[in-house]
Ligand binder design. Structure first.
Ligand SMILES: [Fe+2]
Length: 154
């Protein structure tokens, strides 16, 4: 039994996958910063601002996910080396075309949502309502952003 009354082994598996999500969010965050800095062209002002809004939001999400790991009784990853080792997402470098940056954001978000759905299944099996609520909110927010970027690109 964990400190919050959940099965210890199941909590450990959830925390491990939350650490993968944390790592992916860190890569996503830094990708967005790169797009914010590097984007060029006649959509510059719109995208430059939008990417800043998204990385600010991601920074908050990173903190929530890390603190959920702690709440479950485990340690969140916190070094760049560990994030790179554990992330599924890859760093995107040297992209400045507006549509290309948007496509990378879309594929990053799709991958994040896929991982979050895996976490939801684990959390459901453990009756871990707190993780489900957190990850469910992330999914809903990111799905909405996917819709908006697809609308922008179409
Ligand atoms: Fe800036």
């Amino acid at each position: 039994m964990s400190l919050i009354g959940l099965d210890q082994n199941k909590s450990e598996k959830i925390a491990a996958k939350l650490n993968v999500l944390l790592s992916d969010l860190e890569i996503y965050y830094q990708n967005l910063r790169g797009f914010h800095w590097n984007v060029k062209g006649n959509k510059f002002f719109v995208l430059h601002d939008k990417f800043e809004e998204l990385y600010d939001e991601a920074a908050g999400d990173i903190d929530e996910v890390a603190e959920r790991v702690l709440t479950l009784g485990f340690q969140p990853l916190h070094s760049y080396a560990d994030f790179i080792d554990n992330a599924r997402l890859k760093a995107v470098k040297n992209v400045s075309d507006g549509d290309e940056t948007c496509k990378h954001v879309l594929s990053n978000l799709t991958a994040l949502i896929e991982l979050e759905r895996e976490i939801l299944e684990l959390a459901d099996d453990a009756s871990d309502e707190g993780t489900q609520a957190l990850v469910g909110d992330l999914i809903a927010k990111q799905e909405k952003t996917v819709w908006m970027f697809n609308a922008w690109l179409s």
